[in-house]
Design a binder for this molecule. Structure first.
Ligand SMILES: *Cc1c(COP(=O)(O)O)cnc(C)c1O
Length: 224
């Protein structure tokens, strides 16, 4: 179960504290994407009430179900800008092609091709594997330039790079963040989607333009 004491006001307070902490560390604008995976639709409604517009999910079926529920039930809420951040199977792209605003987890050519077919000119990010852990998603940094080229040749709008910090302390995630930021610079990509609840401040110090926050905003995730 999600934290029963969660309210839109509590989310707003947490957002204000986080924004202040980011502003102490950078002049850049850092966009906050709320990660709502495993939280039910009422938590999403609170996030929208608190002023969040960018929300992210990891599983295609879960995103589709929530988007459908919000579309029918939440006439009073503003539109959600959905980011897809999970490991993407090519055969799931079609299911959520009408829902997703930004595909953050493009890590191979086959997925890019499916997105280009189902969602022409889509906004995408290339996900890098920053920890060197195969099977967890992300392409090796050395292959990023070729994948970015492939996406561009498919007429996808590549806006940045995304990565999950290496496991361990926030400081242990910094070298990976630096790799991602310097690659984004080299490739001319403005967005760097790095930083989660445990390492957002380090990521902002290293050059993040977008943090993906779940537990820092909504508390622990329900099991499942
Ligand atoms: C779950 C998840 C997040 C958010 O994690 P928190 O630690 O709860 O902030 C961010 N990015 C990705 C890719 C995730 O899977």
């Amino acid at each position: 179960m999600s934290d029963p004491s969660l309210t839109p006001e509590l989310i707003e307070e947490r957002l204000a504290l986080l924004r202040a902490a980011f502003a102490e560390r950078t002049d850049r604008e850092v966009r906050i994407v709320g990660v709502t995976k495993r939280h039910p639709v009422p938590v999403i409604a609170m996030a929208l009430d608190a002023g969040l517009v960018d929300l992210a999910e990891n599983y295609a079926q879960e995103l589709r179900a929530k988007a459908a529920e919000l579309g029918s039930a939440a006439a009073g809420t503003g539109p959600v800008r959905w980011h897809f951040i999970g490991q993407l199977q090519s055969n799931k792209v079609r299911l959520i092609a009408d829902d997703v605003s930004c595909w953050q987890s493009v890590d191979r050519g086959g997925v890019a091709e499916q997105i280009a077919r189902r969602h022409p000119s889509a906004t995408v990010m290339v996900q890098l594997d920053l920890a060197g852990i195969p099977g967890r998603g992300g392409c090796p940094p050395g292959e990023a330039a070729a994948l970015v080229d492939r996406c561009r040749s498919l007429d996808l709008d590549v806006v940045g790079l995304m990565g999950v910090g290496a496991p361990g302390t926030a400081d242990e995630a910094r070298p990976g963040f630096r790799t991602l930021v310097s690659l984004a610079d080299e490739l001319g990509l403005p967005e760097r989607s790095i930083g989660m609840s445990g390492d957002a401040l380090a990521a902002v110090e290293e050059g993040s333009t977008m943090v993906r926050l779940g537990s820092a905003l909504f508390g622990p995730r329900p099991a499942g």
